[in-house]
Ligand binder design. Sequence first.
Ligand SMILES: [Zn+2]
Length: 325
Amino acid sequence: MGNVISVTVITDPAFQQHDTGGGEHPEIPQRLEVIAKALEKSSLQPLISYARPRAVERSQLLAFHSEDWLFRFEEAVLSGRTYIDHPDNQVGYDSFEIATLSAGTGLVGVDLVEKNPQEVVFGSTRPPGHHAEPNMPFGFCFFNNCVIAARYWQRQYGRERICILDFDAHHGNGIQTAFEEDPHGAYVSLHEHPSFSYPGTGWPEEHGLKEGRGTILNLPLLPGAGDTQVRETFARIVTFLESFQPEALIVGAGFDAHAEDDMSGLAFSTEMYTELGTLVADLARRFTEGRLLSILEGGYHIETLGDCTVAYLEGIVRARQQAAS
Ligand SMILES: [Zn+2]
């Protein structure tokens, strides 16, 4: 293998069929198209191969979600409903099946990382997951892709201590729900401060509860915060992982904190995502023997989303090339 780092993108044409209504909804099929095009045009292109997800099984969904939610979701789409609980959560007839496939990107990703921890693995997937709660959809999310991947990693491979690092502009309330009482799951989230932003969780005082005390690190940023403020959090993230000692790292890679993305008031540059890629690659080298899996969350500014994704993956690839040379 030498210094050649390979990249696997897990995606599926079926993701385009998750129908969010075609109106003003920002979570649209075109998101994955611009990512695919940007990857094709990028310096990464010769390194990339593609893999398909497999649908997550019911028992694997039940590692986080309730039986009641699975029935309710399936019934809603089959009965022709166009959204569930809130107009944010638009669905079409195939959305249940597509959501099981979207969650399945994480399973295939975990398998690939276990085979070769040096491979850069990215799930280019929709619907996203980090807002999904055990009993309900939330903020365009139906199944919590990152949490389902974490539970699979624990059960299938015995990697007990999993950290999810989430740099989407919004707090991943569903991930926090999964891990806040769990001593083996850690959650680090960079997001716009809950006073100003959806969904209103992710306060710095939320550290985890009961046995999970100390396993949550919320790093809210004030509106207007950009690269400087993000860099100021890096040392705290490293210290937190030093204390938690994860065996695997999952990244909730959302790109809606970009300055051009009006889904948040944050102002990250495109280059910031390269730095975040370098950061997570370094964290994985230091703490998890390289085990790192990235899964797309938000990112809605169609003109920059592809470039941000490329910038992030380039950050990981470069860090790994340097470490190998
Ligand atoms: Zn978001």
